[in-house]
Design a protein around this ligand. Structure first.
Ligand code: ASP
Ligand code: MG
Length: 417
């Protein structure tokens, strides 16, 4: 017998029929002998509908009132789910965030959980009752209702699971797990049985569509095993967990990609100490986040410098850079928004050399030119022309044997260290 926190997202509770289906799933878990605490989102589309209503009355509604308003979406679904469970004869208690004492700071719209008392839930569990808790919301020290940011119900579920020391936190959604890459790009993408917290965070560009990244961080920090699974199909889903020392980790777990970056290049800047800071200083002063950075070694006393930013920041960065670089005496500044970043992610690459070579060869075989490279312990990223996105992801997916469970991966110098 285990204690399981189950979180059901907006699509899973989007209609009365679907709420009925969720009630059945909870009952099945309960009848199998487990303790269940359910966390629910608002019905799909509801949070957006409420935001639109507010915006029709005020161009910039006060955050405190937005929280009071948005929290109603989840209050509807906890009640309806409780009503469905009651109709099936199951003793159920339903709560808003404030009633479970999910205490947060007062940062309305993006509040952080500080403490969960959850005494009412512990009491329910003692008496064999099912607890249903509203996701996405809490209460601050002065009793004001707060919300945790869009997608915040995932964080509620994980935080509650941590507070209750649950055996597992299950995130039920409309996909049946985490995939090796986006199945819309690679039809041979397959569901992962398990993935580490670290990898999941690196795969943010894929994973964030499935669950709130903050929830993954939280689960990693508080050692809550997380499982992503489908509300609509039976299956084991994907377990997000810690590295298993007794098991050989797969070399590569997945391939993430990001279409949201743009590249900027400064040509012919005097190569001297302080130049990188002088170029990037005005960019970071403008609060623009820089991702990849490349600077070459110059022979002629001049150097080239390239970096990437979010595509939305491209115009602004270009302007800032043009100004900074005329001050620095650079020859030319230019940029490119038609790029994408592909990333190989896998904790297995920590102990294997040659992963990068395999990656570069696979791209070269397709005639894809690599424009920038960056590496971390468990990730290798490259920037390529956006028109090769699909081809590149597919080539890497098969080069690393992700297409087929039984495929043998040939990695250059795999035993080299
Ligand atoms: N209902 C909120 C949202 O749409 C919270 C959630 O669904 O997790 O962002
Ligand atoms: Mg969600």
């Amino acid at each position: 017998m285990a204690l399981i926190v189950q979180k059901y997202g907006g699509t899973s509770v989007g209609t009365p029929e679907r709420i009925q289906n969720v009630a059945e799933k909870i009952i099945r878990t309960k009848d199998a002998g487990h303790d269940v605490v359910a966390v629910v989102s608002a019905m799909s589309g509801e949070t957006n509908r409420l935001i639109e209503l507010a915006k029709s009355l005020h161009p910039n509604p006060p955050a405190r009132l937005m929280d009071l308003l948005l929290a109603t979406g989840e209050q509807v679904t906890v009640s309806l789910l409780g009503i469905a469970l009651d109709n099936r004869g199951y003793d159920t208690r339903c709560y808003t965030g404030a009633q479970v004492r999910i205490l947060t700071d007062s940062a309305h719209g993006k509040a952080r959980i500080q403490e969960i008392d959850a005494k009412v839930v512990t009491e329910d569990l003692k008496h064999g009752r099912i607890s249903v808790v509203a996701g996405f919301q809490g209460v601050d020290a002065v009793g004001a209702i707060t919300t945790l940011g869009r997608g915040g119900s995932d964080t509620t579920a994980v935080a509650l699971a941590a507070a209750l020391k649950a055996d597992e936190c299950q995130i039920y959604t409309d996909v049946d797990g985490v995939y090796t890459t986006d199945p819309r790009v690679v039809s041979k993408a397959r569901r992962l049985e398990r993935i580490t917290f670290e990898e999941m965070l690196e795969m943010a560009s894929l994973g964030s569509k499935i669950l709130q990244i903050r929830a993954v961080e939280f689960a990693g920090k508080f050692h809550v095993p997380l499982r992503v699974l489908s509300t609509f199909e039976e299956g084991p889903g994907t377990l997000i967990t810690f590295e298993d020392e007794t098991m050989e980790e797969p070399l590569i777990s997945g391939i993430a990609f990001n279409r949201d970056e743009a590249k900027l290049t400064v040509i012919g800047v005097p190569d001297r100490p302080g130049i990188a800071g002088a170029i990037l200083g005005p960019v970071s002063d403008a609060n623009i986040e820089v991702d990849m950075i490349v600077q070459n070694i110059s022979q002629s006393g001049l150097t080239d410098f390239t970096f990437t930013v979010h595509r939305n920041e491209y115009e602004r960065t270009l302007e800032i850079l043009q100004k900074a670089c005329s001050d620095l005496g650079a020859r030319e500044v230019f940029g490119d928004t038609k790029i994408v970043k592909l990333s190989l992610v896998g904790v297995g690459m920590r102990s294997h050399a040659g992963v990068a070579t395999t990656m570069f060869k696979a791209l070269a075989n397709e005639g894809i030119n690599i424009q920038m490279i960056s590496t971390s312990e468990i990730k290798i990223s490259v920037v390529i022309d956006e028109k090769y996105l699909e081809l590149g992801v597919r080539a890497l997916h098969s080069a690393f044997g992700l297409d087929d469970e039984d495929a043998q991966v040939q990695v250059e110098g795999r035993d080299a260290g």
